[in-house]
Design a protein around this ligand. Structure first.
Ligand code: SF4
Ligand code: SF4
Length: 488
């Protein structure tokens, strides 16, 4: 039944033209247009005039088209590549300043009926222990996360209507928001669950989620079919159109992502930027975030069996080009990446990172090696959150636990207009300082506290508006005296 629907849809769109406004996956992620884009960029990779034109356009901070983005990715002129990296760094500073927002993933369940060949949770994997957290176990996980200092979570769960129905996810979100342990609180829950219906997205919206995140994995439809041989995720259009349904349900912050390594990175970048263009064309709001995971080892998964791995240099270039193409979109990097790779990417455009992460079900409260067997992937950066905070401070990035926008109603187009005009920085910077102060008071090691306090003293004087600066100082003093949860 489901297969017939897919076939009919393919038949209808096989000759459909590229149309960013279309609500059909195969028309807004148009295979023919991507192939033409790749050929055009390949032909122009030494064309200094054309590359210069695109760099000049990027300097206007209004973004680039998918064609222009792939051209910069392909650029074979060393001086121009240096300029691309420099500009990415500049745009990062202009839009986000030097704050980096922190979050942690929380794995609720690894039961899954899909068969993604790159993920150890695929249903054929009999060696991985299957686990689903009870509400009591979620409480323990959240307390452990609050005791680390986290305020923002990304919920993760496999797709399984019997073991992890939407009601379970909704109940879990309620549990998470309800826990107030010492001075801790989870103030924003982002959700990364399988594509679902408009009605279900409406329920997630009512449960007050932050961003709905869904990775495309690969935009290449034929490869997508092979990488997802069975299960609901097999349906390319259902998956690719999921963000549209979320938007229709009123969730106006959605996150995109590609799993780099599955298909050719040039194809994926073109698809990713086309997807951003589609959201902008169809809803007037681009993606809230873009994640850039790379495939990595896990139980039953050997990344070497995938032919499209990318080097660290190319990974850095992809991050830089995305920064130029969608300057207003947050970019996320996880602990899949090593400390060195994260360090480089931070300068080029990353605005959010995870820290102190566990990628197993129940891994925060119960740190045991046997729990790691249920992990979705091996972590490269396994430092504690406190070490990550200190590392950020030492590199002059302000660690931020800010969750203000969503709670102030700054979402969707309201958020985007503030971001595009560069005004959001007036909120991000002081919010980073006051949430860092909370962290230092409640959770930091003495060494981190000392360096963090020195940073806050320095940075608060850099708040440009006098009134905001004075308010920020007042909040910092009140936090020191025990008050919590201020925001701009
Ligand atoms: Fe399931 Fe997601 Fe893993 Fe696929 S990637 S097997 S849908 S948990
Ligand atoms: Fe993010 Fe808004 Fe806070 Fe800035 S002010 S860090 S955009 S939540």
């Amino acid at each position: 039944m489901q297969e017939a629907t897919v076939d009919q849809r393919q038949a209808k769109t096989a000759t459909g033209a590229y149309d960013p406004k279309s609500m059909k996956a195969e028309e807004f992620i148009h295979h023919g247009e991507i192939l033409e884009t790749l050929a055009w960029a390949e032909k122009n990779r030494d064309n200094a005039d054309e590359i210069e034109r695109v760099i000049e356009k990027a300097k206007q901070k209004k973004g680039l088209s998918h064609r222009e983005a792939v051209l910069l990715l392909d650029c074979a002129i060393p001086e121009k590549n240096e300029e691309i990296f420099r500009l990415a760094e500049q745009l990062k500073k202009d839009f986000y300043g030097n704050r980096i927002v922190l979050f942690a993933p929380l794995y609720l369940s690894n039961y899954c009926i899909n068969s993604c060949t790159y993920c150890p949770y695929h249903k054929q994997n009999k060696s991985i222990p299957r686990k689903k957290l009870t509400q009591d176990e979620i409480r323990r996980e959240v307390i452990a996360l609050q005791d680390m200092g986290h305020k923002r979570l990304a919920l993760e769960a496999g797709e399984d209507p019997v073991n992890n129905p939407l009601e379970y996810i909704l109940e879990s979100i309620k549990t998470i928001y309800s826990i107030k342990h010492k001075n801790g609180a989870i103030r924003r829950v982002n959700v990364n669950i399988a594509a679902t219906t408009v009605e279900d997205y409406r329920k997630l919206k009512e449960a007050e989620i932050g961003t709905y995140i869904l990775f495309q994995e690969t935009y290449h439809k034929e490869s997508y079919g092979k990488l997802h041989p069975s299960g609901p995720k097999h349906d390319y259009a259902w998956h690719t159109e999921a963000h549209d349904r979320a938007m229709q349900a009123g969730i106006d912050d959605v996150g995109l992502g590609v799993l780099f390594g599955l298909e050719g990175y040039r194809y994926e970048l073109a698809g990713l930027i086309m997807h951003a263009e589609h959201l902008e064309a169809a809803f007037g709001v681009g993606p809230h975030t873009i994640s850039v995971p790379r495939i990595c080892p896990a139980d039953d998964i050997d990344p070497d069996t995938f032919d499209n791995g990318i080097s660290d240099d190319m990974f850095a270039k992809i991050v830089a080009v995305i920064r130029l193409a969608v300057p207003y979109t947050g970019m996320i990097i996880s602990t899949r990446e090593s400390q060195a790779s994260r360090e480089r990417a931070l300068h080029l455009g990353i605005s959010q990172i995870s820290g102190g992460s566990r990628t197993s079900v129940g891994g925060y409260a119960d740190v045991k090696p046997e729990n790691d067997k249920s992990a979705q992937f091996d972590i490269s950066d396994d430092r504690s959150l406190d070490e990550v905070i200190r590392w950020l401070i030492d590199m002059d990035h302000i660690p931020s636990f800010c969750t203000a926008c969503y709670r102030e109603g700054r979402t969707g187009d309201r958020f985007m207009s503030l971001c595009k005009s560069g005004q959001i920085l007036n909120c991000c910077h002081p919010n980073a300082l006051i949430t860092l102060q909370e962290y230092l008071e409640d959770y930091a090691s003495p060494e981190t506290k000392e360096r963090g306090e020195a940073m806050i003293q320095r940075e608060v004087e850099r708040v440009p508006h006098e009134k905001v600066r004075e308010r920020a100082k007042k909040f910092l003093g009140e936090i020191h005296n025990g008050a919590r949860d201020f925001r701009f």
